[in-house]
Design a protein around this ligand. Structure first.
Ligand SMILES: [Fe+2]
Ligand SMILES: [Fe+2]
Length: 316
C-alpha cells in the first residue's frame, strides 16, 4: 500500500445558506418558495452572513485539509440562479476531487428544482466511478472511503424532513459491508442527523432504518448538519461504536454561544489498537470577527487491522 498516507485531515462544513440571495422573478415565487423568500428577507438574511463563510474559506486556504466534506443546504429556496452561484462558491472552496458534497432539504426546496439545479454541482457529488450524481456515491481518498447519501426531498410548507428510502439504504448496507473487508475508514455523509435531535417536522423519517444499517454493517464516522447546532453522539455499529457529529451552520453569525456558526476539523490516523480520531470545533466570534476553537475531542475506535500493510501513524 505504498503511497497511502499515515494520517488524513478533513474539514466538515454544513448549512452554508449562501448569501446574498439573488433577486427572484415574480413568477418564481409561489407556495413554499414564497414563504421561504419572505423568511429570508425578514429574518434569515441577518443571521446567515457571508463574512462567516469567508473566514472559514480563508482558514481552509491557510491550513488546507486533505479533503473538505460539505453536508448540504448550500442555498435557500432553490432558485435557478442560486444553484449557479453555489457552484461558483464550491469552486472557490476547492476542486471536485478535494471537496465532497451531499444535498440538503433547501437544495431540493420545491418539486423539480433539484433536477435542474443539481447538475451544476454534479462534479462535487458523484462517485469515483460515476459519470452522474447518484446516491450513495463512493469516493476513495487514501485509507478513507467517503460515502455520500441524499436525504433531500421536497416537503410541504412548514416541513423540512428528509428521507433516504429503501433503495438507497440497501445500497448503503452493501457498500459498507464490502468496504469493511478492505479495512478502510468509512465516512458516511448525510444532511439530516441520525441522532435523535430533530423535531418531527424536521426529522429524518427513516432514521431508525439508517441506524439499523449502521448497526449491522458498521462505519467509522457519520457526519451531518441541518440543525444549525453542534451535536455529538455515538451510533451502535457492527464492529464497535460509531462517532456521529452534527456540524453548526457555516454561515451563522450569532452572539449566542450555542448558535454560533463554524465548522469541524478532523485528523484521522491508524494505530495498532485502532483508528485514532481528533476532532476540533471552530466557531465564529462576531465580537472578534474571527474563528476560535471551542471544543476538542480525541477518540480511539477499536477496529481490527485489515492487513499487515495497513499504514500506522498519529492523527494531525
Ligand atoms: Fe440548514
Ligand atoms: Fe436542512
Amino acid at each position: 500500500m505504498s503511497g497511502t498516507p499515515a494520517s488524513l485531515r478533513f474539514a466538515h462544513l454544513s448549512d452554508v445558506h449562501l448569501a446574498p440571495m439573488p433577486p427572484a422573478r415574480p413568477g418564481q415565487l409561489a407556495g413554499k418558495r414564497l414563504l421561504g423568500w419572505l423568511s429570508w428577507n425578514l429574518r434569515r438574511h441577518r443571521r446567515h452572513r457571508r463574512e462567516v463563510l469567508d473566514a472559514i474559506r480563508d482558514e481552509l486556504r491557510a491550513q488546507p485539509p486533505d479533503h473538505v466534506l460539505v453536508t448540504g443546504d448550500l442555498i435557500n429556496i432553490s432558485l435557478p440562479e442560486e444553484y449557479a452561484r453555489a457552484a461558483a462558491w464550491l469552486a472557490e472552496l476547492g476542486s471536485p476531487d478535494r471537496v465532497s458534497l451531499v444535498p440538503g432539504n433547501h437544495d431540493a426546496y420545491v418539486a423539480g428544482a433539484a433536477d435542474r439545479g443539481w447538475p451544476y454541482w454534479a462534479a462535487w457529488m458523484r462517485g469515483d466511478e460515476s459519470a452522474a450524481a447518484t446516491f450513495p456515491y463512493l469516493r476513495r481518498r487514501g485509507f478513507a472511503a467517503i460515502i455520500g447519501l441524499s436525504t433531500a426531498v421536497p416537503t410541504a410548507p412548514g416541513y423540512a424532513s428528509g428521507r433516504l428510502g429503501a433503495v438507497q439504504l440497501a445500497a448503503l448496507r452493501a457498500l459498507l459491508r464490502d468496504l469493511a473487508g478492505e479495512g478502510l475508514f468509512r465516512i458516511v455523509l448525510l444532511h439530516h442527523p441520525p441522532l435523535p435531535v430533530s423535531r418531527p417536522r424536521k426529522a429524518l423519517l427513516d432514521r431508525e432504518a439508517f441506524c439499523e444499517v449502521i448497526r449491522r454493517a458498521g462505519a467509522e464516522l457519520v457526519l451531518s448538519g441541518h440543525e444549525h447546532r453542534f451535536h455529538e453522539g455515538m451510533l451502535e455499529g457492527a464492529e464497535g461504536p460509531v462517532p456521529c457529529f452534527v456540524a453548526p451552520s457555516a454561515s451563522l453569525a450569532s452572539n449566542d454561544a450555542e448558535k454560533r456558526g463554524g465548522y469541524l476539523r478532523f485528523g484521522i490516523g491508524r494505530q495498532r489498537e485502532g483508528w485514532r480520531l481528533e476532532v476540533r470545533l471552530r466557531r465564529y466570534r462576531v465580537d472578534r470577527a474571527a474563528l476560535v476553537e471551542t471544543c476538542a475531542r480525541e477518540l480511539v475506535l477499536a477496529r481490527p487491522l485489515a492487513g499487515a500493510d495497513c499504514p500506522t501513524g498519529s492523527a494531525s
